[in-house]
Write a protein that binds this ligand. Sequence first.
Ligand SMILES: Nc1ncnc2c1ncn2[C@@H]1O[C@H](COP(=O)(O)OP(=O)(O)OP(=O)(O)O)[C@@H](O)[C@H]1O
Ligand SMILES: [Mg+2]
Length: 301
Amino acid sequence: MTETMIQPTSVDDVSAGLREAGYLAGESTALVSFLATKLDKPVLVEGPAGVGKTELAKALARYLDRKLVRLQCYEGLDEAKALYEWNYRKQLLRIQAEAGDTGWSDVQEDIFGEEFLLPRPLMTAIASEVPVVLLIDEIDKTDQEFEAMLLELLSDFQISIPELGRIDARTQPVVLLTSNNTRELTEALKRRCLYLWLDYPDLEHELEIVRLHSPGLQESVARKLVEIVSQIRELDLKKPPSIAESIDWARALLLLGAEEIDAHMFRQTMSVIVKHRTDLDTVAARVGVKLEAAADARPAA
Ligand SMILES: Nc1ncnc2c1ncn2[C@@H]1O[C@H](COP(=O)(O)OP(=O)(O)OP(=O)(O)O)[C@@H](O)[C@H]1O
Ligand SMILES: [Mg+2]
């Protein structure tokens, strides 16, 4: 089983593999991903929205040819949804089927077996016969108790079920946790993880990502697009455009058959990249006006 598994041998290897899987990793992303596969340590990926945190886990799974098991975190997420739950309905049916001559102790032994467990993502990941990629997405949305439970799991790779005993990991998953930084995570969690800060990419890197997602877009338009997006990120906005928005914008421009991004085209499509009322005003005033001025300065053809 393990012989056929993809085992990266270098950072470049990971970089190339991710590229093949449709993800253009920066230097530190490739490095940390490589270490994660070698050191069996979880990776905590932090950064603003839409910079490719979730996609990194998906791409790693594609590259390593492993199944992706995803736990989407939210406020109030508990063990029953993250680890396991007893299948009450099935238990009840068994109790009913055995009703009458069977004593409680026999029934109890029966209904707390693995057969009556509903595994949730964390358990699925460590109980899997073949190693998986485990994505614990948006961990900052949970509370600290959940984080503490997770710590135990991530350091020991085992789960204790009171009625059943200890379940040890069958295989070691590659684990990625993502966070948008809405709250500070505990030091204890950070200590157990490798850390990757994903930020907005530099111009050339973003251009490459946009090209990958929108190969049909004219080179000059794509370049102008990433230039404008990077200018917009310099402004003081509620929500600066991310890579996700750049990609959407590229697709929109391609659909509209844009041959250049002039002031008119910009005003028509800017809501694809800027999504707050006040931000729209700021961007129109600062960038839109600049594009108009550039057009006025150009000699008429
Ligand atoms: N390095 C990259 N190579 C290729 N595509 C990328 C890259 N980075 C981001 N993308 C694309 O950008 C989009 C947004 O990425 P993703 O959903 O992973 O962001 P995120 O950081 O998880 O955002 P959020 O915090 O909102 O969940 C996806 O469509 C993804 O394919
Ligand atoms: Mg995400």
